[in-house]
Design a protein around this ligand. Sequence first.
Ligand SMILES: [Zn+2]
Length: 138
Amino acid sequence: MARKSLTPQMENFATALNCMDGRVQLPVIEVVRSFFGVSYVDNITEAGIVKYLSDEIGSIQTKSVLASIEISVSKHGSRAIAAAAHHDCAGNPQNEENQKAQLQRAVEFLKAQFPACKVIGLWVGDGWTARCIIPTQR
Ligand SMILES: [Zn+2]
Protein backbone atom coordinates (compact mmCIF):
# COMPACT_ATOMS: atom_id res chain seq x y z
CA MET A 1 0.00 0.00 0.00
CA ALA A 2 2.88 2.44 0.71
CA ARG A 3 3.71 4.67 -2.22
CA LYS A 4 7.27 4.94 -3.41
CA SER A 5 7.14 8.72 -3.60
CA LEU A 6 7.32 10.58 -0.31
CA THR A 7 5.67 13.61 -1.88
CA PRO A 8 2.48 14.30 0.07
CA GLN A 9 -0.60 12.95 -1.73
CA MET A 10 -3.81 14.67 -0.76
CA GLU A 11 -6.26 12.28 0.92
CA ASN A 12 -3.52 9.74 1.52
CA PHE A 13 -2.96 10.96 5.09
CA ALA A 14 -4.76 10.39 8.34
CA THR A 15 -3.99 11.95 11.72
CA ALA A 16 -3.33 10.03 14.95
CA LEU A 17 -3.56 11.66 18.37
CA ASN A 18 -1.67 9.30 20.58
CA CYS A 19 0.16 9.07 23.90
CA MET A 20 3.95 9.38 23.73
CA ASP A 21 4.25 5.86 25.21
CA GLY A 22 6.50 3.72 22.99
CA ARG A 23 4.28 0.66 23.42
CA VAL A 24 1.36 2.22 21.55
CA GLN A 25 2.97 3.88 18.52
CA LEU A 26 3.09 0.99 16.05
CA PRO A 27 -0.25 -0.59 17.07
CA VAL A 28 -2.08 2.72 16.59
CA ILE A 29 -0.36 3.58 13.30
CA GLU A 30 -1.16 0.13 11.87
CA VAL A 31 -4.86 0.32 12.79
CA VAL A 32 -5.22 3.89 11.51
CA ARG A 33 -3.63 2.96 8.18
CA SER A 34 -5.91 -0.01 7.64
CA PHE A 35 -9.09 1.58 9.04
CA PHE A 36 -8.88 4.65 6.82
CA GLY A 37 -6.97 3.07 3.91
CA VAL A 38 -4.16 5.62 3.95
CA SER A 39 -0.42 5.24 3.46
CA TYR A 40 0.72 7.90 5.93
CA VAL A 41 -0.23 8.70 9.49
CA ASP A 42 0.67 12.10 10.92
CA ASN A 43 1.44 11.26 14.53
CA ILE A 44 0.73 13.90 17.19
CA THR A 45 1.68 12.89 20.71
CA GLU A 46 1.41 14.13 24.28
CA ALA A 47 1.67 12.12 27.49
CA GLY A 48 -1.92 11.01 28.12
CA ILE A 49 -3.21 13.06 25.19
CA VAL A 50 -6.94 12.35 25.68
CA LYS A 51 -7.01 14.35 28.92
CA TYR A 52 -5.99 17.45 26.95
CA LEU A 53 -8.90 16.84 24.58
CA SER A 54 -11.48 16.31 27.34
CA ASP A 55 -10.84 17.46 30.94
CA GLU A 56 -8.07 20.00 30.26
CA ILE A 57 -9.21 21.72 27.07
CA GLY A 58 -7.84 25.12 28.17
CA SER A 59 -4.26 23.82 28.42
CA ILE A 60 -1.24 24.86 26.37
CA GLN A 61 -1.01 21.21 25.23
CA THR A 62 -4.50 21.42 23.74
CA LYS A 63 -3.55 24.50 21.74
CA SER A 64 -0.40 22.77 20.48
CA VAL A 65 -2.28 19.61 19.48
CA LEU A 66 -4.96 21.60 17.64
CA ALA A 67 -2.29 23.57 15.77
CA SER A 68 -0.62 20.33 14.65
CA ILE A 69 -3.95 18.84 13.53
CA GLU A 70 -4.59 21.99 11.51
CA ILE A 71 -1.30 21.47 9.65
CA SER A 72 -2.13 17.81 9.00
CA VAL A 73 -5.56 18.80 7.64
CA SER A 74 -4.56 21.87 5.63
CA LYS A 75 -1.14 20.79 4.30
CA HIS A 76 -1.54 17.01 4.02
CA GLY A 77 -5.24 16.88 3.25
CA SER A 78 -6.07 14.60 6.16
CA ARG A 79 -9.81 14.06 6.54
CA ALA A 80 -9.57 11.32 9.15
CA ILE A 81 -8.57 11.69 12.81
CA ALA A 82 -8.06 8.93 15.37
CA ALA A 83 -7.71 9.68 19.09
CA ALA A 84 -6.17 6.92 21.20
CA ALA A 85 -6.04 6.04 24.88
CA HIS A 86 -4.37 3.03 26.46
CA HIS A 87 -3.96 0.62 29.35
CA ASP A 88 -1.32 1.55 31.99
CA CYS A 89 -0.97 5.18 30.84
CA ALA A 90 1.62 6.97 32.97
CA GLY A 91 0.65 10.38 31.61
CA ASN A 92 -3.05 9.93 32.38
CA PRO A 93 -3.23 7.42 35.26
CA GLN A 94 -6.99 6.87 35.20
CA ASN A 95 -8.84 3.59 35.18
CA GLU A 96 -10.11 2.14 31.92
CA GLU A 97 -13.68 3.32 32.44
CA ASN A 98 -12.62 6.93 33.03
CA GLN A 99 -10.21 6.89 30.11
CA LYS A 100 -12.88 5.59 27.76
CA ALA A 101 -15.24 8.35 28.95
CA GLN A 102 -12.49 10.91 28.27
CA LEU A 103 -11.97 9.37 24.85
CA GLN A 104 -15.68 9.75 24.04
CA ARG A 105 -15.54 13.44 25.02
CA ALA A 106 -12.31 13.87 23.03
CA VAL A 107 -13.98 12.47 19.90
CA GLU A 108 -16.92 14.86 20.31
CA PHE A 109 -14.54 17.80 20.87
CA LEU A 110 -12.54 16.93 17.75
CA LYS A 111 -15.68 16.53 15.62
CA ALA A 112 -16.71 20.04 16.66
CA GLN A 113 -13.25 21.46 15.93
CA PHE A 114 -12.81 19.69 12.57
CA PRO A 115 -16.28 19.17 11.10
CA ALA A 116 -14.92 18.11 7.69
CA CYS A 117 -13.06 15.16 9.25
CA LYS A 118 -14.11 11.68 10.25
CA VAL A 119 -13.13 11.07 13.88
CA ILE A 120 -12.75 7.73 15.66
CA GLY A 121 -11.60 6.59 19.12
CA LEU A 122 -9.09 3.78 19.67
CA TRP A 123 -8.36 1.82 22.82
CA VAL A 124 -5.08 -0.07 23.32
CA GLY A 125 -5.60 -2.74 25.96
CA ASP A 126 -3.15 -4.84 27.97
CA GLY A 127 -2.42 -7.02 24.94
CA TRP A 128 -1.02 -3.91 23.20
CA THR A 129 -3.26 -4.16 20.19
CA ALA A 130 -5.34 -1.16 19.13
CA ARG A 131 -9.02 -1.44 18.29
CA CYS A 132 -11.66 1.07 17.33
CA ILE A 133 -14.19 1.47 20.16
CA ILE A 134 -15.78 4.70 18.91
CA PRO A 135 -16.51 4.40 15.19
CA THR A 136 -17.14 7.38 12.99
CA GLN A 137 -20.73 8.62 12.78
CA ARG A 138 -20.29 9.89 9.23
ZN1 LIG B 1 0.12 6.92 27.98
